[in-house]
Design a protein around this ligand. Sequence first.
Ligand code: FMN
Length: 192
Amino acid sequence: MTGMTVHMTHFAEKPMDARYLRNAFGRFATGVTVITTRTASGKFEGLTANSFAAVSLDPPLVCWSLKRTSGSFGGFFAANHFAVNVLAAHQHALCRHFNTPRLDKFEDIAFAEGMHGAPLLTGSLATFECRTENTFEGGDHLIFVGRVVRATYREGEPLIFSSGRFCLPSLIEEHAAGDKGRATLSEDWGGL
Ligand SMILES: Cc1cc2nc3c(=O)[nH]c(=O)nc-3n(C[C@H](O)[C@H](O)[C@H](O)COP(=O)(O)O)c2cc1C
């Protein structure tokens, strides 16, 4: 037993402490994506999102959730497509850039136009171009489920986000005791 402090709160018994819940959610380490679209009027939208998840291989489905009060909400809601850009470690500056509301987030950003013009950020580790298959109510967020029409990936170090900070996989590997290299799982391990 270590002397590690465990914080605890019960949401059923008192008004929800949003800060506490956010801290607890933050313990779940994720990759970081920038999700983009091009609206019917031709405006590029894009935001940093770590709610992205793979859902299904057959059919190929992904999901993510968008805060209803986001400036880009109307654009994503009306568009029937979006692109997911999985950020590489060297793209860390894009995380803050696409987390900051501004009129044109794509000025001075290198990208190519993908399906229906959705921006594909240059240097991304993976991209998923999707048709919006369904949306679901998710409290203060709307959940988007997309069917992947085209996917790309390349080798490289992913950007990892945990408890409000970035965390590089190379650092994890260096600190792993007696580790002779990255632990690998066999092809048939059952995950997506
Ligand atoms: C690491 C990280 C992950 C985020 N994930 C999400 C997310 O999944 N959904 C969301 O709506 N906002 C998320 N945000 C916040 C948005 O990026 C932010 O609200 C952005 O300004 C929204 O863009 P918009 O104002 O152009 O709509 C995240 C921010 C960060 C830094």
